[in-house]
Write a protein that binds this ligand. Sequence first.
Ligand SMILES: Nc1nc2c(ncn2[C@@H]2O[C@H](COP(=O)(O)OP(=O)(O)OP(=O)(O)O)[C@@H](O)[C@H]2O)c(=O)[nH]1
Length: 295
Amino acid sequence: MNENFRTGYIAIIGRPNVGKSTLTNCLIGAKVSITSKKAQTTRHRIHGVLTTTDNQFIFVDTPGFQTSHTNALNRLMNRSVTSSFADVDVILLVIEAGRWGAGEGALMAMLPAEKPIILVINKIDRLADKGKLLPFIAQVSALHTFTEIVPLSAEKNVGTNTLLSAVAAYLPVMPPVFAADDITDRSERFLASEILREKLFRNLGEELPYGLAVEIEKFEQEGELRRIFAAIIVDRAAHKVMVIGKAGERLKRISTDARKDMEKLFGGKVWLETWIKIKTGWADDERALKSLGYE
Ligand SMILES: Nc1nc2c(ncn2[C@@H]2O[C@H](COP(=O)(O)OP(=O)(O)OP(=O)(O)O)[C@@H](O)[C@H]2O)c(=O)[nH]1
């Protein structure tokens, strides 16, 4: 083992929808964190692990910072944003190219002054006028002193190696915590629920009901076959109808899409059974949230 091997924890933070999950997936090269066009799809911290010859990067994907709605769910999510800084070595603040707003200002105010903060300017592929990038970098550097500023495109995988080199410099010299082929310390059970939740988000689009959640009630493995039984929790009966769709078509599509992704990630056949449960008011009840894994 290389004597100068570096291992460290990296928090990825930023407003909803700036591309944190896309960046985590791109850096790790596997689908461990869900992505969606809708804001606020990440509710759990996910450790994605990348091991190279010289470094082990352990990524913490924090939920989007929320200021507008305040219910129990959002309170828990904001708490998780704050607590995730204590044990990390580097913080990546992700923003969208050309956009620095009140949300970013509020996040900066929450960050510990002593930790290295690398500003990641994502979605540079979207800039119609590339000449605007340098003035934007000048503008944000005038607002805060960042350890480094790295412009990139997570979706197009441009600039991500530069980011990894920048991050590596701030990791402590330490042997790896995870085995080299581990990509996440999350269980397959958890990953299955994230995949199903992603398909729900994608298929429901703008109709997405507030407070939708997934609970894996049973996860069995028999050789290469995994049998997964998942309850989709909704807030009221009308939402159940929306998720099921006409003649059950929508739920069928959601389940098929989810099953295919699970098979790809787990590398074996999956039998997936889904049904819908109505739990009125659950998103406002902290105890119910804890039972669903929102710590
Ligand atoms: N054009 C472009 N789109 C991107 C890029 N990175 C992410 N996106 C898109 O931005 C949207 C949001 O990406 P996510 O990765 O889900 O964002 P997030 O910050 O994790 O969102 P939350 O989970 O809501 O906090 C998706 O539609 C992505 O495809 C990029 O580099 N370029």
